[in-house]
Every structure is written in structure tokens, then in C-alpha cells.
Write a new protein. Structure first.
Length: 288
């Protein structure tokens, strides 16, 4: 057989309907009989009419294909912490034991949990000065259980642009708030390293967490006595109707460290609610 000849029986076997096709055709015809030939014809005419309208009016909206559908975008997560543009200080740390240059205060609130952080910084490390950082955290529903002092310091240092390169085992340090956790740490930033003392006080009964660090300068290393006496000058200046916080600082004022009395005097202590309450209590006792 030449290449031009065709074997029709073989072609029929190759292209003829399969038993499955015959079965599908019979099923389709059964459906047509059940619905009715007239209704099927009407449906076919309606489909053809809609197709013609869409063809003649390309501006009409069409259903998007699955590959044309826009990709679903993940919902934007709201900001967790919102900066307070003009913070009003709740705490004051006025002492000549800390540099007056470079003092700054910032505050932020948690958008969902309601917690508040007040951050005060002192000194300019780039100028070779001693410097310090105080974080007063009033936790809200967003707060997790406090971790170790090292983890807390590492997180706070990262927020301020530092890294903790070394840390010693924490030891207790006496303060007017009770024993504070403290540890010798080395902070680094931009190739410079600073020897510091990191510390933390957890006052669960007042819903207050105090933490931070104090770093020495080129000619004066940081020491725990300076830290204790600096915290001796930490005052509450704005508590509103928070009785628990007021009671906590009232107890702390009665526990000032005697060894700090001969240290540097505070540089202009700020008057706050505690001064008025103390004067009122003295007047009441004098008449009793």
C-alpha cells in the first residue's frame, strides 16, 4: 500500500465514538426528553441572544475569569503602639547624678491593650558622657509575663538602637522600691561599646514595671550605688486617681536609702502630688 492510500476501516476505529461517548449521548438525550424539547430550544436561544448582546456591546461588565481575579490582599494589621505627640510626664527623675544634657521624654500607648510606656533618656553617649535610660511601663491587656532581665534589656536596647554584647548574672541591688534586679552589661552601637548596669523593678501590686540602664562615661564608670541613689530621686508627678500607684510611691518615699543622703543633691526636685499629700498628713498628725 502506497503512502497516499487510506485504510478507512482503521480510520473509523480510530475516530469513531467510544462506548463511553455513546453512553453520554444517550444520557443527554434522556435529559432533553425529560425537560422537553421546546424548553431546551428556548434555553439555547436565550444563551445565543445573551452572547450576541455581549459581542455587540464590549463595554458591558463581564464575569472575570479565575486568572483575572485580583489577588486577595492580607488585611493590614493596625499599629500596636501609637506615639503620644505631646506626652505629659507621670514620673520625674531630677538628680545631678545623671547628665542634664540630652534629656528627652517620649511616651506611647498600646492601641488594643491600653498599656502606656514612658521613656526618659539622659546624656549623649556619642559625646563620651555618662548616659541612662528609664522605661516606666503601665501594662494593659497586651502585656505578657515578664521574661528574664537579659531578654528585657536586649529588647529595650534594640528599640534604642543598641545591642547587648555581654551580660553578667543578675544580682539584687537595694533601692527605695525594694531590691532591684541588676546586671553588668555591655551595650554596643556603631562600633562603640559602653559598660553599663541594667536594672529592673517589678511592682505588680501597682501595675508598674520600671527598667532601664545606666552607663558610665570615659572617666566615670557606672556603679550600683550611683544607680540606687539616682532611683532614690525618682518621683511620681502625675497619677490622677490611681490610688495603687500613689500608695506604692508613698511607701517608697519612706524607704529612702540613708547612704544616699550624702550623695549629690537633686537638681531642682519637681513638686508633685506627693508633696501636697505629705503636707496634709503632717498637718493632720499635728492636730491629733
Amino acid at each position: 500500500m502506497s503512502q497516499a492510500t487510506l485504510d478507512f476501516p482503521d480510520l473509523e476505529r480510530a475516530t469513531g465514538p467510544s462506548p463511553a461517548d455513546i453512553g453520554l449521548g444517550r444520557a443527554a438525550w434522556a435529559i432533553v426528553q425529560a425537560i422537553g424539547v421546546g424548553r431546551v430550544a428556548g434555553l439555547a436561544g436565550a444563551v445565543a441572544l445573551i452572547g450576541g448582546v455581549l459581542l455587540l456591546n464590549p463595554d458591558l461588565p463581564r464575569f472575570a475569569r479565575s486568572d483575572d481575579a485580583p489577588a486577595a490582599t492580607a488585611p493590614t494589621e493596625p499599629l500596636s503602639w501609637v506615639q503620644v505627640s505631646r506626652p505629659i510626664a507621670m514620673f520625674a527623675l531630677d538628680t545631678t547624678l545623671l547628665p542634664r544634657e540630652g534629656r528627652a521624654i517620649e511616651a506611647r500607648r498600646h492601641a488594643g491593650g491600653g498599656g502606656r510606656e514612658e521613656i526618659q533618656s539622659f546624656g549623649r553617649p556619642e559625646a563620651g558622657q555618662p548616659f541612662a535610660r528609664l522605661v516606666a511601663y503601665r501594662p494593659g491587656s497586651e502585656a505578657a509575663a515578664p521574661g528574664s532581665l537579659f531578654l528585657d534589656t536586649a529588647r529595650r536596647a534594640a528599640e534604642a538602637g543598641y545591642a547587648v554584647t555581654r551580660s553578667a548574672v543578675p544580682v539584687p541591688t537595694p533601692t527605695k522600691f525594694g531590691a532591684a534586679e541588676s546586671a553588668d552589661v555591655v551595650l554596643s552601637r556603631a562600633g562603640a561599646q559602653y559598660a553599663c548596669v541594667a536594672w529592673r523593678v517589678l511592682a505588680e501590686d501597682a501595675d508598674l514595671r520600671l527598667s532601664g540602664w545606666m552607663c558610665g562615661g570615659a572617666d566615670r564608670p557606672a556603679d550600683r550605688l550611683t544607680l540606687s541613689c539616682a532611683l532614690d530621686r525618682l518621683d511620681l508627678v502625675g497619677a490622677g486617681d490611681d490610688r495603687a500607684l500613689k500608695a506604692y510611691f508613698t511607701r517608697a518615699e519612706r524607704n529612702r536609702l540613708p547612704q544616699c543622703a550624702t550623695r549629690a543633691t537633686p537638681g531642682g526636685r519637681r513638686a508633685g502630688w506627693l508633696d501636697a499629700d505629705a503636707e496634709r498628713a503632717l498637718r493632720l498628725r499635728s492636730h491629733s
